[in-house]
Design a protein around this ligand. Sequence first.
Ligand code: IMP
Ligand code: MG
Length: 194
Amino acid sequence: MPHRRNDSGIARVIVTEEAIRVRVGELVHEINADLAGPDLVVVALLKGSVVFLADLIRGFERPVAFDFLGVASYGDGATPAERLTFTKELTIDIAGRHVLVVDDILDTGRTMREVLRYLESFRPASVRTCVLLDKRARREAPVEPDYRGFEIGDEFVVGYGMDFADQYRNLPFIGVLTADAQDAARNAGREGRR
Ligand code: IMP
Ligand code: MG
């Protein structure tokens, strides 16, 4: 078979390209109905949300600005006191504007909680959240997304923007790594997961 993509290490596909396309279309429809006002700023968290962002915003029916927020966390993720640092801050003024935060996965919810705190400090008119995947069983911070693509179990996933050690982001589907690759992912810690 010709080598088209680096999909060695993928044990199985959990969300197909077609299922993503259909669900993203539904989310776009919902968001278009809810956020009809003109002044929407989409804030996407680097880097995992980039593919999702590209598909979402092309369905939006109003003028929309977007910006990126870079987040990195210290520690192994097991420490409640863990704080985020921002590796890329906002460059668009969101004061008084409606904000939609887009991320790939809501996992423990700590990233989103800190991001929401940060965004609120700029006094936006409103902030809503949209995540492609929700690992609900893993939640530690009380964060519920306003828009959610799929709920998934406690598995490490890659593809459609999501990585392991910065690989696999270009896969058009969402898959689970093999047991070996999952062990490697756990050992590599959280750094490669943003
Ligand atoms: P949280 O702070 O625990 O909610 O972590 C959310 C961030 O962890 C997401 O923005 C993802 O970048 C990353 N993440 C969580 N689970 C996975 C996964 O299964 N694959 C890739 N990245 C993940
Ligand atoms: Mg991320």
